[in-house]
Design a protein around this ligand. Structure first.
Ligand code: GLU
Length: 315
């Protein structure tokens, strides 16, 4: 496991100085309408940034056109506005940052930290862990399709505000991982790291499903020499079968929900049940900003049952 001392000195130096103003973001992919779990992530990221006097951004992660749903980005921004979730800068669109993503891939290729790979999914073992086929050069007669980051055996140690000390070994999770896809699209892992750094994001607050990507993202921060944000992974909202709500399956869109009631429930998931006597969205926000204390956030999946929030227990 990791301890205070095993979180590398270099990573500590690369972390946000405590006097830097917090900047948080909510970063949905436009793959469908936002659901109640998305609202929880938006509310958590907003409160973590704004309660510390910082800025909160919306960044639409629209770098994967095959998965994008037409009109979803605009509906996401409108839905957030109904809850009083207005960003401090104009809405950011990740697709506008293609040249800085490409520049980062080029730097990693030039420094030898990344390499071109000829493999297709069919060439990979069932484990999904890259066997290193092209890391020392392309096999004769093959051409590079994707670009992968070179990953060594080291453990990546970091502290999550809710989940505690984490120790991940990307070599055992994925091995050398794709940063530029064979279809020429930039991979999420690369784009999120480059843009968080370029947007000055200091607090990454998002759903627990992304905790296992964090080690890989820290490797990219290190490889590119970028400042590290702090991490806070929020409890997932699951249905009665334990399945995470998903935008692409059209789960429970928040644009159809009554904003005050849904905001109260989202805060309750985050361990902050608002008192009953708050009549408006604004009054709920003033209360929540003053009350916000991330140590109250539970560390287990939550579910909505008959309009009430409960911890999810598998049947
Ligand atoms: N774009 C990702 C999503 O919609 C979130 C990325 C992140 O917060 O790092 O799930």
């Amino acid at each position: 496991m990791c301890s205070e001392t095993s979180i590398s000195k270099a990573d500590q130096l690369r972390s946000k100085p405590s006097d830097r103003k917090p900047v948080g973001r909510f970063a949905p992919s436009p793959t469908g309408d936002l659901h109640f779990g998305s609202l929880v992530a938006a509310v958590g990221s907003f409160l973590q940034a704004r309660s510390g006097g910082g800025e909160w951004l919306i960044r639409i992660e629209d770098i994967d056109p095959p998965r994008a749903v037409r009109g979803a980005a605009a509906r996401q921004v409108q839905a957030l506005a109904r809850f009083g979730l207005h960003p401090d800068r104009p809405v950011l669109y990740q697709s506008a940052n293609k040249s800085r993503h490409e520049a980062a891939v080029d730097r990693l290729l030039q420094s030898g930290q990344a390499f071109r790979c000829a493999c297709s999914r069919r060439d990979l073992p069932a484990s999904g862990i890259y066997p290193g086929t092209c890391r020392n050069g392309l096999p004769p007669g093959r051409t590079g399709r994707s670009v992968r980051l070179r990953v060594d055996e080291q453990r990546v140690c970091f502290r999550d505000h809710i989940c505690g000390e984490q120790s991940q070994q990307p070599a055992r999770q994925t091995g050398d991982f794709v940063i530029r896809r064979a279809d020429d699209l930039i991979a999420y892992q690369l784009a999120v790291v480059v843009d968080d750094a370029a947007d000055g994001v200091t607090e990454v607050v998002r759903g627990r499903d992304l905790l296992e990507s964090t080690g890989r993202q820290i490797l990219l921060h290190r490889a590119l020499g970028l400042l590290l944000p702090t991490y806070l992974h929020l409890p997932l909202v699951v249905d009665e079968n334990g399945r995470k709500l998903s935008k692409s399956s059209g789960d429970d869109p928040i644009c159809r929900q009554q904003p005050q009631q849904a905001l109260r429930l989202a805060l309750t998931v985050l361990g902050h049940s608002p008192p009953a006597n708050l009549p408006t969205i604004e009054s709920i926000w003033s209360w929540a900003l003053a009350a916000w204390n991330p140590t109250r956030i539970p560390n287990s999946p939550m579910t909505v049952h008959s309009g009430q929030i409960e911890r999810y227990t598998p049947k």
